[in-house]
Write a new protein. Sequence first.
Length: 343
Amino acid sequence: MHFRNILLTALIVTGLTACDRAPQREPLVLQGKTMGTVWRVTLAGVDPQRKEALQQAIQQQLDRDDGEISTWKTTSVLSRFNQYQGTEPQPVSADMADIVTLSLRIGAKTAGAMDITAGRLVNLWGFGPVGQPAHQPDVAAIAAARAETGLSHLRVIQNVSGQWLQKDLPGLYVDLSTVGEGYATDHLARLMEQQGITNYLVSVGGAVLSRGRNASQQPWRVAVQKPTDRENAVEARVDLQGHGISTSGSYRNYYELDGKRISHVIDPATGRPVQHKLVSATVIATTALEADGWDTGLMVLGTARAKALALKEHLAVYLITKEGDGFSHWMSPGFKTFLIDKS
Ligand code: FAD
């Protein structure tokens, strides 16, 4: 039987504590849908009369991002790049050049575990717009998709006259799903700044960023969820201190096929969904985009290699690993500096 249980967000804003219950204005909460998931913006100290205009500006920004980097929309800039069966440089926006540059850099640091050129593998296993396969892909199909995958086949060209993406394999298929939510979250933060708003918590899917204080003049609190199907079970709470946070997990975005659980996190080295016991990786970084790029790479690497890389790169990381009937957790020294408490 097929089913796909999609993680909307692995991060939640926690409730107020007793000391938060000072006199306060109500926060302004806006939300909507984008990129196959939900967005949410919570604002403190903002005139409620601005709600409609802000809602519109946010949705327009997200629609622009979707029209640029979606592999689900055949007309997006990225889809047109993927459809292009040549090797000449193709013009892209500065933002698009930046997201690809950062993704390639994180890809190299994870030794190719995070690979935005793995789109053919993602589609083969049914996590792209194509839909789920009736049976597990065979060895030949996996090998064919792997032959059209690899960070070294994609480059960004940037100079005074513009920026371009270039592939040296005509069939290369770039998938920015792993960083798209972080990219869009950073854009919402930028939009809030442009609107003169300094106290906000913005999220798209599993990527979150906050600045300033909440309506009770307290730091925004974000909770990492426990790896269960139960909503809102809190594993740990953090104060982001103006940073971005993102979680990648294998426990909610999967389906079952031929009696096996198929995770949406694909190991480009094998061409297959990961099988190890690391169930979620949460990263806090300067931007939500950066956090969103690292979390998938760490998920691919598995617990031991993810720990080693987090320490080497001084990343703020929280890992949850399946151990028998329960779970174990690990946090890097960098993550501890953001921790409020842990259940
Ligand atoms: P993350 O853990 O952040 O990333 C995992 C995803 O990255 C996988 O699902 C796969 O796509 C890809 N991936 C897997 N392995 C690797 C790897 N080794 N290296 C790099 N990438 C890898 N979904 C819909 O159902 N309908 C839509 O219309 C839709 N539109 C979208 C538009 C945009 C612009 C984006 C960015 C995504 C869209 N999605 C859509 C996808 C969806 O909402 C999520 O982005 C997706 O499910 C992954 O998000 P995540 O945070 O759960 O996973």
